[in-house]
Design a protein around this ligand. Structure first.
Ligand code: BEZ
Length: 389
């Protein structure tokens, strides 16, 4: 305490005012800024994340750490070039206490830099960019979702074990696609398989025809595809319309079929994917979560809703430890680091770099469900190369 502050405090104490001031502080709401895509190919993902986050807070009576939560939001449009301006709107204009975002890996990398420079608490409820928990890792940055490498690695092992030796990959050309493919290659390599062709198109382009023709000409044993949201719907339908699903098995991380099955219909039936969530998990927490989500939103939750819910749980664990006092940042961070998050996906803890260490499930599309088939890789941790923390 500085001498000036101590003098002031003594004066206020004498007047009985300091106690009143801290009590008023505790009454203040905590401001959460959602920076998520509400338009474009990832818009449904942004909405599901917000729904999940709000659901957990609602279950806690609207409070975390004893303090009410208020929300502001910005549509980031999954547009990396607008990311710095958008996060600055939340931090500088709206004075948020914590930023929750986002979905797109290119956007999150710009957000993480600003969060680091301003020491703003950032909880990432989707974007799997490895850099943010790698070289950019920081005490104020946490992720409730996955690293792009995790589901890709698991699918590589599964595809190899099912006999795929020579595989073609197809994805949008940006960090998420590149890293998902890298994970797949690493997993496939453990089984002796290899990637023989890598196809890409710019995000969020969905003109797949020429690339599907190239796949047909290459005749690989299997195809691994990273797409999500609206783009995943179109890709799975185009793959089936081209007749490729009859001859070349299509694999992917679970984003290919999560939150998309109503729209994909027949084209998605039987697809195998890997992810840290599935339908039909025999986990009491998941049953309660699904029932609450359904009652509140009249919709089935998907992996994105789970990640939003868990982002709120992580923040809640930190705030509970400091009784809502955001000034106690070190204690808040340490409580999140030590927390065991009772997630609908199954309980998880965080790695040293602040990523979930989690089971990756194998799922099969049956009707509108990504049915749990088994655990593809147990307790998989992102290796976080370059993180010094
Ligand atoms: C990403 O950009 O990191 C991402 C987007 C959608 C689904 C999964 C990952």
């Amino acid at each position: 305490m500085t001498a000036r502050y101590s003098l002031l405090a003594r004066g206020l104490l004498a007047a009985g005012l300091l106690v009143a001031v801290s009590a008023a502080d505790a009454q203040n709401k905590i401001k959460v800024g959602f920076m998520l895509p509400y338009t474009g190919t990832y818009s449904a993902l942004g909405t599901a994340i917000e729904n999940g986050f709000r659901l957990y807070v609602q279950e806690q009576g609207g409070k975390l750490g004893g303090r009410e939560i208020e929300y502001v939001k910005v549509d980031d449009e999954s547009e990396p070039s607008k990311a710095v301006d958008n996060i600055n709107k939340l931090i500088k204009r709206d004075n948020v206490d914590v930023v929750v975002g986002t979905v797109h890996s290119g956007v999150v990398m710009a957000m993480a830099k600003v969060a680091k420079d301003t020491n703003t608490l950032l909880v990432i409820p989707n974007a799997g960019a490895r850099a943010v928990t790698g070289p950019m890792c920081a005490p104020n940055i946490f992720r409730s979702s996955f690293s792009n490498w995790q589901p890709g690695y698991a699918m590589g092992k599964v595809a190899g074990d099912r006999g795929a030796k020579k595989v073609a990959t197809i994805t949008w050309k940006y960090a998420a696609g590149d890293e998902s493919v890298q994970g797949f290659k690493d997993g496939l390599k453990t089984t002796g398989g290899e990637v023989i062709k890598e196809l890409t198109l710019p995000f969020p382009n969905v003109e797949f025809q020429a690339l599907l023709t190239e796949i047909a000409a290459t005749k690989p044993d299997a195809v691994y595809a990273f797409f999500a949201g609206g783009g995943a719907v179109k890709f799975v339908k185009d793959y089936a319309a081209a007749g490729l699903n009859k001859t070349i098995p299509l694999y992917g991380p679970g984003f290919l079929t999560d939150g998309t099955l109503e729209a994909q219909g027949e084209a998605a039936q039987g697809l195998l994917t890997t992810l840290h969530y599935a339908d039909g998990l025999d986990i009491p927490k998941d049953k309660a979560f699904r029932s609450d989500y359904n009652k509140t939103y009249k919709a089935e939750p998907d992996v994105y809703a789970v990640q939003g819910y868990d982002a709120a749980q992580m923040l809640g664990a930190g705030l509970a430890a400091v009784k809502g006092d955001l000034g106690k940042r070190d204690a808040l961070v340490s409580a999140i680091e030590k927390a065991r998050i009772d997630s609908p996906r199954g309980a998880f803890t965080l790695s040293k770099a602040h990523d979930p260490v989690q089971d990756i499930y194998l799922r099969k599309v049956v009707g509108t469900q990504n049915k749990f088939e088994g655990v593809a890789v147990k307790s998989l941790a992102e290796p976080s190369p370059g993180c010094k923390m």
